[in-house]
Design a protein around this ligand. Structure first.
Ligand SMILES: [Zn+2]
Ligand SMILES: [Zn+2]
Length: 328
């Protein structure tokens, strides 16, 4: 089968003929989303935080068709893959928050993933049977779950500032609008901001490169700020823009550092939370929203053999929504 292999950090993926997997449940890959996380892994940015042993087939946002099943899943079933596999014994696994398990293994990082024609998954409790167009379904497996989990607890009484305009942010925006929140989106890519407006943002702010977030939104305060970037630049102003008892949620993993005067936190009762991915139940919930036509993943399709072009396009900001890879 054709597989895109990361052989060395910092290099292009190598397209090669590799042996098809045969262990566990085997899926024919229908589509796999390309995530910013993949870019960080390819660059080697996360070499010290997340151990990825090379060579590896990346791709952790997978929709596939079962070709070798078990009792529960049969040949021909179309499934979304929840990508985090926990130990099954710890308190995080007990509450189905496998992504926080100390021994978590991620399909597409620690185990070969979806940038290939076939992928093997070790157990059936990470599969969700689905219906729909594969390229639209794939982003639900990572971007969709993360968007859903990052919007939890927010209501129609809240004002929200979304920082960033990537695939997760554009899905979260739609989910927040379903909840009735007032949503402002800030970013510096005009085309992506236009898409945010089209998807229901109450306000979009096109930030200039030499400006700061605080100076662009100086008249407003927010109950929630959700940072889908996570850089020094985006983190430097956020806490100052929160209402009393406001909450900063950080989702993006750009590697920034946050410095907050403790008195600001105390006097205003502020909260800061990191949110990684979401639970299997979040996958069920976000799929339900998609299935009912309430959210719309924005996708750009690339063939597997063109994956390095997709990577360049994503890196250079040319992809609005998700780049989704379809084999071969
Ligand atoms: Zn991801
Ligand atoms: Zn565990």
């Amino acid at each position: 089968m054709l597989g895109a292999i990361l052989k060395n950090f910092g290099e292009e993926l190598s397209l090669e003929d590799v042996r098809e997997p045969s262990n566990g449940i085997v899926l024919k890959v229908l589509a796999t989303g390309l995530c910013h996380g993949d870019l960080h892994v390819i660059n080697g940015d996360w070499r010290y935080e997340i151990k990825v042993e090379l060579p590896k087939i990346l791709g952790h946002e997978i929709v596939g068709e079962v070709v070798k099943g078990n009792g529960t899943f049969k040949e021909g079933d179309k499934v979304l893959v929840y990508n985090s596999i926990g130990c099954g014994k710890c308190k995080y696994c007990a509450s189905k928050k496998y992504q926080y398990c100390e021994k978590v293994k991620i399909i597409g990082l620690n185990i070969n993933g979806g940038f290939a024609e076939y992928v093997s998954v070790p157990s059936d409790n990470i599969l969700l049977r689905v219906d729909g167009e594969p390229v639209k379904l794939a982003p639900l497996a990572d971007a969709g779950i993360t968007a859903y989990s990052s919007a939890k607890g927010i209501t129609n009484e809240d004002s929200v500032l979304i920082i960033g305009t990537g695939a997760v942010a554009l899905l979260a925006l739609q989910i927040l609008k379903l909840k009735g929140a007032r949503v402002t989106v800030i970013g510096h890519n005009k085309n992506k901001l236009e898409k945010a407006k089209e998807l229901g943002a109450d306000e979009v702010i096109n930030i200039k490169y030499d400006s700061t977030i605080a100076s662009e939104v100086k008249e407003s305060k927010f109950d929630y700020i959700i940072d889908y970037v996570g850089s020094d630049y985006t983190l430097s102003d956020s806490m100052w823009l929160l209402n009393r008892e406001g909450e900063l949620r950080i989702i993006g993993e750009f590697g920034g550092t946050i410095t907050v005067p403790e008195q600001l936190l105390v006097l205003k009762g502020l909260k800061v939370r990191g949110i990684l991915y979401g639970s299997f139940d979040d996958l069920i919930s976000v799929y339900k929203l998609y299935n009912e036509g309430k959210i719309r993943p924005i996708v750009n399709t690339y063939k597997l053999r063109d994956i390095n072009k997709a990577i360049r396009d994503l890196r250079d900001g040319r992809v609005i929504g998700r780049a989704v890879i379809v084999p071969p």
